[in-house]
Design a binder for this molecule. Sequence first.
Ligand SMILES: NC(=O)c1ccc[n+]([C@@H]2O[C@H](COP(=O)([O-])OP(=O)(O)OC[C@H]3O[C@@H](n4cnc5c(N)ncnc54)[C@H](OP(=O)(O)O)[C@@H]3O)[C@@H](O)[C@H]2O)c1
Length: 252
Amino acid sequence: MHIDLSGQTILVTGASRGIGREIARQLGASGATVAVHYASSSDEAVSLCKEIGGRSEAFRADLSNAEETDRLFRDVVEAYGRVDCVINNAGIAVHSPLEGDLDNWVSDWDRTLDVNTRAAGILTRAALPHFVENGGGRLVYIASRAAFRGDSEDYLAYAASKGAMVSMARSVARAFGKQNVKAFTVAPGFVRTAMAQDAIDAYGEDFVLGGIALDRLTEPADVAPTIVLLASGLSDHATGCSIDINAASYVH
Ligand SMILES: NC(=O)c1ccc[n+]([C@@H]2O[C@H](COP(=O)([O-])OP(=O)(O)OC[C@H]3O[C@@H](n4cnc5c(N)ncnc54)[C@H](OP(=O)(O)O)[C@@H]3O)[C@@H](O)[C@H]2O)c1
């Protein structure tokens, strides 16, 4: 199987670090023009664009802000003329204990849902008419094992935000399939990034390893190839699916 993404322009949110960075790198290595989105890690985003080369450019937007999120899509279209695929990867996991102040809990909830779910919704809303006008497109939603297995009591908002991404992806797949728009969810378990480091530090790597069936922790490079395949169009008849990448730590 040969994957060639040349001619495709792909927006990857949260591409400055972690899983998104590796997704962007592998999409670029397969020939795509990658719009590298970041919020605060500008140096990382710029260095990644240099590494990918071609017409890859960095785009800043705080995805907790609805206007900035909407503008991000327009900025990318303005830069390249068209977008073929959006990878909704950017996300936050906020430790939010049930005890304590309601205002704090609600603020954590809102921030988590804004960045993880509402931003993906705004980008979906912006991308759909563009895709329909241009003959089609693809959306990939990076959810989480938490969407299916659930998470701990301190991460209720995180799990809820990821569950909502799954239902959004399935809705898009069902509603827009006839207009050649495909939507997929990828649901990773623990992946060695800054986001997972807190848990690794708190419980130790052996604890995390004990929960999976393989003999080493999942790395971003173990997740990215699936997204490259989904972006290629070779899996279009899997539209609406969710793919677990969790080293058999939760099989459903
Ligand atoms: N790591 C895991 O174990 C794991 C497991 C399951 C699912 N996931 C999901 O995979 C995705 C990537 O996670 P990761 O582990 O790679 O996380 P990460 O290393 O913490 O990176 C997060 C990325 O999201 C961006 N981001 C954060 N807040 C943002 C905001 N307000 N506006 C715009 N961008 C923002 C960051 O951009 P800047 O640095 O530029 O601010 C960064 O590029 C997330 O959706 C996460 O929920 C991760």
